[in-house]
Design a protein around this ligand. Structure first.
Ligand SMILES: C=C(O[C@@H]1C=C(C(=O)O)C=C[C@H]1O)C(=O)O
Length: 364
């Protein structure tokens, strides 16, 4: 194909200007529709929740299905994610508490899920995120629950045992770690590296190969690691892009995680019970009596009804009642008859069963 000449360029730019005008008009029209939906919701219920996780998941899935390129479907869905976030904020921005401080992967996950128009508030600990949502100070919370390299985040599972909150959604984030330094750091004199223990674990092989003698100092988050290196000329941090940007650090090495598919799954917690979206997951916590075959008895109904288990975790119980506690995730929604049937059976076999929530499978 020959290169466009100056005249072609100006024609193409005219066309782009015209299309931008159309897009602008259509987005405004869409925002007006969303505003009317909000008015209708408030008219029938003054305490109505504007944000609908199942509807947002459906909108994004539809965009991905309709998309024919040249933009990638995920890229297109990300654009629509932001349009929806802005439409919703017109009525009422969603307030979200996340495991902070600012610049953590959990903040990145919160913004990926709710879009940049959400108000995100950092909390110092996972149970604080739960408390803030329970107290009604925020609409939702975002907490990490499992990493593909390092496994489950026990703190989050334990918090669910004492909480009445529901899981309203999930979001999976690819985790890329970088070795970061400040402008004043002497790069060849790095003798200390700060990071979160999970991040050290995810970059162990790279560190052994490249910095076998540097002291590894675990801190409470990788954003905190990024903050600390600002004032130390011989230190580096392992953290993500958000933290690097927040503290103005430069990359010495990029994507140093040992596994290229390293990702973390986060849960959205709230007070809402989410209706079916068409592709959902359900999470349970189940206590079984301490007897032979207990785990088999628990899993057998899922197998018989051909329900796809996506995760099974065991946690030590903390009370007499919770002898053995299993966290189970499976594909399906509580409102589906086959799911309701399995739960009825499991309830008979378990000493306790708590449904943590049915929610849309992560789209982005
Ligand atoms: C417009 C609605 O409300 C909100 C805005 C949405 C949107 O912009 O598409 C989707 C779901 C809700 O979070 C709705 O419920 O349809």
């Amino acid at each position: 194909m020959s290169k466009p000449n100056k005249q072609d360029l100006s024609l193409l730019r005219d066309r782009i200007d015209q299309l931008d005008g159309d897009i602008l008009r259509l987005i405004s029209e869409r925002a007006e529709c969303a505003r009317q939906v909000a008015e209708t919701k408030t008219a029938s219920d003054p305490d109505a929740v504007f944000y609908r996780p199942e509807r947002e998941a459906q909108v994004l899935r539809r965009v991905m299905e309709l998309n024919q390129g040249p933009l990638d479907s995920e890229e297109m869905a990300r654009l629509f994610r932001e349009i929806m976030s802005a439409c919703l904020a017109l009525e009422q921005p969603v307030k979200v508490a996340y495991l902070g401080p600012e610049g953590t992967f959990t903040q990145q996950a919160a913004l990926k899920h709710f879009g940049e128009s959400a108000i995100s508030l950092p909390m110092a600990a996972i149970d604080e995120v739960f408390r803030e949502v329970e107290a009604g100070a925020v609409n939702y919370g975002v907490v990490p629950v499992e990493n593909s390299t390092e496994g489950v985040i026990n703190h989050t599972l334990d918090s669910f045992m004492d909480s009445s909150l529901h899981i309203c959604g999930e979001v999976v984030l690819r985790i890329h770690h970088h070795l970061l330094v400040a402008d004043t750091t002497l790069k060849d004199k790095v003798s200390r590296i700060y990071s979160h223990p999970q991040s050290f674990a995810q970059c162990r092989k790279w560190l052994d190969a490249h910095f076998p003698h540097a002291e590894r100092v675990p801190v409470s988050s990788n954003a905190e690691a990024a903050r600390l290196v600002k004032s130390e000329w011989h230190s580096a941090a392992i953290a993500g892009d958000m933290a690097a940007k927040l503290y103005g650090l430069t990359h010495v090495a990029e994507k140093i995680e040992d596994r290229p598919d390293n990702s973390t799954r986060f849960l959205i917690i709230g007070n809402q019970q989410v209706p079916m979206s068409g592709a959902d997951k359900t999470s349970l916590v189940v206590a079984m009596r301490n007897q032979p075959g207990a785990l088999h008895d628990l899993l057998e109904p899922f197998h018989r009804h051909q329900i796809d288990l996506t995760r099974l975790e065991t946690r030590p119980s903390r009370t007499g009642v919770w002898n053995y506690v299993f966290f189970i995730d499976f594909a399906g929604h509580l409102d589906e008859p086959r799911v309701a049937a399995v739960l009825d059976e499991v309830r008979l076999r378990a000493s306790e069963l708590k449904v943590l929530g049915s929610y849309p499978q992560g789209v982005l």
